[in-house]
Design a protein around this ligand. Structure first.
Ligand code: KIV
Length: 263
């Protein structure tokens, strides 16, 4: 997958699949079933590290996880999520950090949250050869300004701003934009009028593609279940059962058996 083949899918009306994940084994599973692209999301702060928000995630952590994902992803298209304060403090520092995830971690593109305020950066990155994925609607790095997890774009003023932000990203050269927690009719209108690929999460069925977090879709995240998450398997139940059986076997002395022992 490349930016060109992803854009071709949009033009052909074929849906694009993206999974947000952070490790070698899950990336390998995504590759085996033909998922189109992987996002090394800064949601790793909450899902992998157990933090309350994504804000403390560092650029070093994104590089570490992107390297792990790349080993499992093979030639899949891997997008690295730029963490909070790695691209907000100035153009030069932002370009340097985005360059690091491409150069050191092997990412194929970077994802940035925001609209008009990052358009200049998006333009600069694209002009030096770094593909950019935008992210509008609910943007978790702005949780304190947005005042908690919620749908963005229901109010007239928010809808106008969202459309303008999307347009600014598209004009600056973003080839793909994530729409998070956006009313479905708004994402439909944006998708129909855009050249950039739209990827929805909580944005209804009309986007060009969909993204879910791996640990959500396999049912390992139990504490929070936003409306837009679909669990395709109850992974936590399956894993708990395996752990219970391991504990029981060890306590009963039936593991390891002859089969699992060296002569
Ligand atoms: O961090 C993440 O995993 C994301 C996706 C949910 C879009 O930003």
């Amino acid at each position: 997958m490349t930016t060109r083949s992803l854009l071709k899918k949009k033009l052909e009306g074929k849906k694009i699949t993206m999974v947000s994940t952070y490790d070698y084994l899950s990336a390998k599973l995504c590759r085996q079933v033909g998922i189109d692209c992987i996002l090394v999301g800064d949601s790793l702060g909450m899902v992998f590290q157990g933090l309350d928000t994504t804000l403390p995630v560092t650029i070093e952590e994104i590089i570490y996880h992107t390297k792990a994902v790349k080993r499992g992803a093979g030639d899949m298209f891997v997008i690295a999520d730029m963490p909070f304060m790695s691209y907000q403090t100035g153009l030069e520092e932002a370009v340097r950090n985005c360059g690091r995830v491409i150069k050191e971690a092997g990412a194929n593109a970077v994802k940035l949250e925001g609209g008009r305020e990052i358009a200049e950066l998006v333009h600069r990155l694209v002009s030096i050869g770094i593909p950019v994925v935008g992210h509008v609607g609910f943007t978790p790095q702005s949780i304190h300004v947005l005042g908690g997890y919620r749908v963005v774009g229901r109010l007239e003023e928010e809808e106008r701003k969202l459309k303008e932000d999307f347009q600014a990203l598209e004009q600056a050269g973003a080839f793909m934009v994530v729409l998070e927690s956006v009313p479905k009719n708004l994402s439909k209108e944006i998708t129909q009028n855009s050249k950039a690929i739209t990827i929805g999460i909580g944005a209804g069925p009309h986007c060009d593609g969909q993204v879910l977090v791996f640990y959500d879709l396999v049912g390992l995240v139990e504490d929070i279940k936003p409306k837009f998450v679909k669990r395709y398997v109850e992974g936590a139940d399956i894993f708990r059962e395996a752990l219970r059986r391991f504990k029981e076997d060890v306590e009963k002395g039936v593991f390891p058996s002859e089969e699992e022992s060296y002569g």
